[in-house]
Design a protein. Structure first.
Length: 317
């Protein structure tokens, strides 16, 4: 049982973890042992205990990333805030357990399951992160001109690249920080990020009709800088609000370019079922030895993504 807010929720920990790809996993009756998802390692030193409410321990981790609650781990795997993960688990395991509507309403008093309202963040907050770190250009091929155009910065104190997240109107609603030394990330505040699509404000500004959909911010930037409008769901699933955004913004053709892994294939299938018949759906295929869009050499990426009957756009005007 996992305590979420005031509620004890019976979570299928193993089922949730099996939704993701793990390095050298060993699935035991009461725990998962695998290589840490937060950093690169070859000998498994990470464990999640099902019989201890999903508590995880990373023997090689440091500080708050050495151990924690299941919701923290799952929010990292799902690429969302911990509050969003708690809402997901409550909706999946807790709400559906009720058969009596009155009981449901009484029991849920005090827990807001409605869509949270975003607080707009002043752009001046980004001033403290107006630095450039070589990580994005050297490791991911995102040159400084594109980092500046998207207001991407760097927090020298926490050694993390900052990705501002804007709503469709171009208002700042959150900031994602990605460590340059390992795989951990976190957010500036608890504003839900999965209500938005990364770079949708740019897509709307360009009035793009043919748009690529990817999972990560870096993949969306990679496509956009090569002339192909793209949005990122910032996770491994399409939320109801993201679906509504896609349908309301004039996009005619959606090209799926998700990761070459279990989560990416699942996302493609989900989008086909949710949006098929409501807009044109295409897929961008690329060889299995490439993990994601950013992993593909530029010349090959352009070849896979180009449609000679469609216009392309330049990210930097």
């Amino acid at each position: 049982m996992l305590l979420i807010g005031h509620y004890e929720v019976d979570i299928d920990f193993e089922s949730e973890l099996r939704e993701f790809d793990w390095v050298r996993p060993r699935w035991k009756e009461t725990k998962l042992i695998a290589c840490s998802p937060f950093r690169n390692e070859f000998h498994p030193s990470f464990a999640v205990s099902y019989d201890k409410n999903g508590i995880w321990i990373d023997s090689g981790g440091e500080g708050e990333w050495r151990s924690g609650r299941f919701t923290k781990l799952l929010s990292w795997l799902r690429n969302e805030t911990e509050e969003e993960t708690e809402e997901y688990l409550l909706e999946k395991y807790f709400i559906v357990g009720f058969r009596d509507t009155d009981e449901l309403e009484l029991s849920f008093e005090g827990w807001n399951t409605e869509k949270k309202t975003n607080e707009v963040i002043l752009l001046s907050v980004l001033d403290q992160f107006k630095f450039i770190h070589p990580y994005l250009e050297e490791k991911r091929g995102i040159e400084e001109i594109y980092q500046r155009a998207l207001k991407i910065g760097y927090d020298p104190q926490k050694k993390a690249v900052s990705f501002p997240i804007f709503d469709k109107k171009g208002q700042l609603v959150n900031i994602k920080f990605r460590s340059v030394t390992d795989k951990i990330f976190w957010y500036y505040n608890n504003n839900p990020v999965r209500q938005h699509l990364y770079l949708l404000d740019l897509v709307m500004k360009k009035k793009a009709k043919r748009v690529f959909l990817v999972e990560s911010e870096i993949d969306a930037i990679t496509l956009f800088k090569n002339g192909f409008p793209a949005v990122a769901v910032m996770g491994g699933s399409l939320t109801k609000n993201q679906k509504r955004l896609l349908l309301d913004t004039g996009i005619e053709t959606l090209v799926l370019a998700t990761d070459n892994d279990k989560q990416g294939r699942r996302l493609k299938k989900s989008i086909h079922s949710q949006l098929g018949g409501l807009m044109n759906i295409e897929e961008m295929s690329f060889p299995d030895h490439y993990k994601d869009v950013n992993d593909i050499p530029t010349a090959e990426l352009i070849e896979y993504a180009t449609n000679t009957n469609e216009l392309t756009f330049d990210l930097v005007d």
